[in-house]
Design a protein around this ligand. Structure first.
Ligand code: ATP
Ligand code: MG
Length: 180
């Protein structure tokens, strides 16, 4: 799977729209403390449906919306779009690129979109299940995550392996069918 682009506007320290082109190979983000490096990975997690404000280093979800600075007034909406390459049809959709967007307004209203079409959070979660990029998956390794995996309970470690093996969606469907 290859990330191609990240568009951020009004999210955390990014008041203005920024476009981050991710070329094949390694991308390294460098900058002084507090310049917004971790906010970029937060933007990716958020866009993929992260619901835990604490995981995004905030106390309420509204904390992801640009809160203003000495020179700028706060904004009313945060928006992040992550574009992924789909030339290899890893995602079962007939598009060369898949873009996933999330918006949040100060009113609390929120929106998710896949290729600009409104969808549910559930659709985004289903799309990324077993790809390693979904909620809590192993593609985003934060500080302390390696330790966490090594010292986690066997069931938790098993879920990381199941995601890598691509069987989470089957377990999920089985559980859903059993509930019906
Ligand atoms: P370090 O090198 O210390 O890890 P970093 O480059 O990863 O730093 P971040 O944690 O990404 O820095 O960014 C922190 C900055 O983002 C802080 O200056 C903080 O004020 C700003 N920030 C976070 N949320 C918001 C928000 N909602 N509105 C405005 N600024 C915000
Ligand atoms: Mg950081």
């Amino acid at each position: 799977m290859c990330l191609k682009r990240l568009d951020i506007q009004g999210f955390k320290s990014f008041a203005d729209r920024i476009k981050l082109e991710l070329n094949p190979g390694l991308t390294v983000v460098v900058g002084p403390n507090g310049s917004g490096k971790s906010n970029i990975s937060d933007a990716i997690s958020w866009c993929l449906g992260e619901q835990r404000a604490s995981f995004l280093r905030g106390s309420r979800m509204e904390d992801v919306i640009f809160a203003g600075s000495d020179k700028r007034k706060p904004v009313g909406m945060a928006e992040v779009t992550l574009t992924l390459d789909n030339a290899n049809k890893l995602f079962p959709l007939p598009y060369e690129e898949i873009s996933v967007s999330r918006r949040l307004y100060r009113s609390g209203e929120s929106e998710y979109l896949i290729n600009k079409v409104p969808c549910r959070l559930k659709d985004i979660q289903a799309l990324f299940m077993d790809t390693g990029l979904g909620r809590g998956a192993y593609s985003l390794i934060g500080q302390g995550k390696v330790d966490e995996i090594l010292s986690s309970r066997p069931e938790e470690r098993r879920s990381v392996i199941e995601e890598a093996a691509g069987i989470v969606k089957y377990r999920h469907r089985k559980e859903e069918a059993e509930r019906k």
